[in-house]
Design a protein around this ligand. Sequence first.
Ligand SMILES: *[C@@H]1O[C@H](CO)[C@@H](O)[C@H](O)[C@H]1NC(C)=O
Ligand SMILES: *[C@@H]1O[C@H](CO)[C@@H](O)[C@H](O)[C@H]1NC(C)=O
Ligand SMILES: *[C@@H]1O[C@H](CO)[C@@H](O)[C@H](O)[C@H]1NC(C)=O
Ligand SMILES: *[C@@H]1O[C@H](CO)[C@@H](O)[C@H](O)[C@H]1NC(C)=O
Ligand SMILES: *[C@@H]1O[C@H](CO)[C@@H](O)[C@H](O)[C@H]1NC(C)=O
Ligand SMILES: *[C@@H]1O[C@H](CO)[C@@H](O)[C@H](O)[C@H]1NC(C)=O
Ligand SMILES: *[C@@H]1O[C@H](CO)[C@@H](O)[C@H](O)[C@H]1NC(C)=O
Ligand SMILES: *[C@@H]1O[C@H](CO)[C@@H](O)[C@H](O)[C@H]1NC(C)=O
Ligand SMILES: *[C@@H]1O[C@H](CO)[C@@H](O)[C@H](O)[C@H]1NC(C)=O
Ligand SMILES: *[C@@H]1O[C@H](CO)[C@@H](O)[C@H](O)[C@H]1NC(C)=O
Length: 369
Amino acid sequence: MASTLLRVLFLLAFTISTTGASSSETDCNPIKNTSCPAEPALGTEHTWLFNSTLDDKLWDMETGKIEYTDEGADFAIRTENASTLLVSNFYIFFGIMEAHVKMAKGAGIISSVILQSDDLDEIDWEWVGYNTSGVQSDFFGKGNTTTSDRGGYHAVSNADTEWHNYTSYWDKDRLEWWIDGDLVRTVNYSEPLTVYGKNYPQTPSRVKISNWPVGIKGQSLGNLEWGGGYVNWTDVPFIMSVSKVRVQDFHSGKEYTYNGTSGSYESINVISGNSTAKKEINKTPPETTAEKWDDLGEGAHIGVYVGAAVAGAALVGAFGWWCVRQRRQGRLQRALDDDAHGSQLTNMEDYKAQWNQTQWGRKSYQPVA
Ligand SMILES: *[C@@H]1O[C@H](CO)[C@@H](O)[C@H](O)[C@H]1NC(C)=O
Ligand SMILES: *[C@@H]1O[C@H](CO)[C@@H](O)[C@H](O)[C@H]1NC(C)=O
Ligand SMILES: *[C@@H]1O[C@H](CO)[C@@H](O)[C@H](O)[C@H]1NC(C)=O
Ligand SMILES: *[C@@H]1O[C@H](CO)[C@@H](O)[C@H](O)[C@H]1NC(C)=O
Ligand SMILES: *[C@@H]1O[C@H](CO)[C@@H](O)[C@H](O)[C@H]1NC(C)=O
Ligand SMILES: *[C@@H]1O[C@H](CO)[C@@H](O)[C@H](O)[C@H]1NC(C)=O
Ligand SMILES: *[C@@H]1O[C@H](CO)[C@@H](O)[C@H](O)[C@H]1NC(C)=O
Ligand SMILES: *[C@@H]1O[C@H](CO)[C@@H](O)[C@H](O)[C@H]1NC(C)=O
Ligand SMILES: *[C@@H]1O[C@H](CO)[C@@H](O)[C@H](O)[C@H]1NC(C)=O
Ligand SMILES: *[C@@H]1O[C@H](CO)[C@@H](O)[C@H](O)[C@H]1NC(C)=O
């Protein structure tokens, strides 16, 4: 489960400070802190093809990097303890997430595509790397990991070599998991498994896509068995691939705020307006030549005038494009660097406490020798 993912990433960041992992559990939790900033909405529907560079205004690579291919993006683990985590910076407040995925194969390796809110509601697809014939569905409410009895187990053929369509549907009444157009699981808002709504995911959530190792030293026996034992690091690389992701927000506002700390869907305010994400998506091409020009600043303008006088108008466009690209790369690099140093240790005891909980009771696991 992804709650485990966050703990693993945290531990990795803590014990080997070079991974650059930052746990989203350190983001502002709106049911613990009433001053958290508003959460930017998606406010629309969009399909992202993962075979070309994702817009870094909408997606953050929090750990590792993705490798683009003709078919999609590879989330590769190429070295010991490496992991990848891509996070949308937009939120959906009920909606649909459709991911086309090939899981990573290998004992101890977990591929995951989840929705997660800042108060740790969560809706999961997870593939355990030793079993390429299945996928697990799961959900959490408010980070409650007291029991591990919510997982669903679903057969999929050749999940590592064939594309399949994994879709989660989520509204205030029910949660559905669909594989290749077949409904494989429904959870209602009010049933024993959700503690009659209390553990039902119901707050604005981001998309998180990750390939990560659970089979490492220091993990609980339950987690190790869930993942199929220790990772055999001589078998790198472990590659998860994503060809496209469609995300639909069932609200069409600008952002989401929490009214009070109940964490119930009734307490979520939808601030009206066009979302930043929607504006960014509808901006085609991403930046007009005029905007790029404005972005360059006075010094660069003069430089370009001089250049243009010599080389003509074609050069203007090329130089502008280059500058913007350099600036973008710089921003992304800075973000990654900040992240590498930004692991917050403030809630360490919380994590350690949770960390020690095992994941017993899973139906599908491998004994660890
Ligand atoms: C609450 O969130 C605000 C805004 O992110 C932050 O400045 C403040 O330090 C947080 N307070 C606590 C107690 O974490
Ligand atoms: C990405 O995939 C789409 C759909 O399969 C295709 O039309 C497009 O040409 C691809 N783009 C690249 C850069 O490979
Ligand atoms: C893989 O998962 C599927 C679906 O849950 C299950 O039917 C199958 O027994 C599992 N295989 C192994 C080797 O655990
Ligand atoms: C956590 O979930 C369990 C059932 O899985 C439930 O019995 C318990 O009351 C929940 N705890 C909180 C604080 O909601
Ligand atoms: C993926 O599955 C969902 C749910 O069945 C369906 O709505 C969607 O059209 C499917 N996508 C494709 C590309 O077939
Ligand atoms: C969920 O609700 C539907 C009706 O809306 C009902 O048919 C179904 O049995 C319920 N499922 C569970 C697990 O309670
Ligand atoms: C990988 O992580 C494990 C568990 O924290 C640690 O024991 C091991 O030394 C790490 N390996 C490398 C190469 O950093
Ligand atoms: C790890 O994989 C290599 C090559 O696939 C194999 O030779 C070796 O026996 C494996 N190690 C363990 C501990 O299974
Ligand atoms: C917050 O919720 C209370 C009821 O719990 C309601 O009276 C109040 O109007 C709400 N405030 C906003 C800004 O929605
Ligand atoms: C949102 O954008 C549309 C189209 O660009 C515009 O017509 C509308 O006025 C905008 N709405 C708000 C609330 O800004």
